[in-house]
Design a protein around this ligand. Structure first.
Ligand SMILES: [Ca+2]
Ligand SMILES: [Ca+2]
Length: 122
């Protein structure tokens, strides 16, 4: 299941927050999961939200990964046109926002936003 945190945190703090609560930042390994998450965002969140995901290229520029899950990044088709842009002083963390149609965008990890924790039951 997914928990949408309205509290704003930078990416690292958001990641730590999910871990503390026994989850991880949302990692969408399939387009089906992505569609599911986007549908939830559309239904349950206000229009101005920006949401951190587990996507990042912190370890190596342009090598995108999902933090804290050992599965490959396979959502490259969901980048917004022109993204990832690595703009400004470098953008290494991936977000979803309604004004971008919930396509992935890279953004500076130190900026704060809302975030999505994913709980896995095995
Ligand atoms: Ca980057
Ligand atoms: Ca960007």
């Amino acid at each position: 299941c997914y928990l949408f945190w309205r509290e704003k945190k930078n990416w690292h703090r958001a990641r730590a927050h999910c871990k503390y609560h026994g989850s991880h930042l949302v990692a969408m390994e399939t387009t089906a999961e992505y569609d599911f998450v986007v549908a939830l965002l559309l239904k349950t969140t206000p229009s101005y939200g920006v949401w951190w995901t587990a996507a990042n290229d912190i370890a190596r520029e342009r090598s995108w990964k999902w933090a804290d899950v050992n599965r490959p990044f396979t959502l490259s088709s969901k980048w917004r046109r022109g993204e990832p842009s690595n703009s400004f002083l470098g953008e290494d963390c991936g977000d979803l926002r309604r004004t971008y149609g919930f396509m992935l965008n890279d953004r500076r990890c130190s900026l704060t936003s809302e975030f999505i924790c994913e709980y896995e039951y095995r």
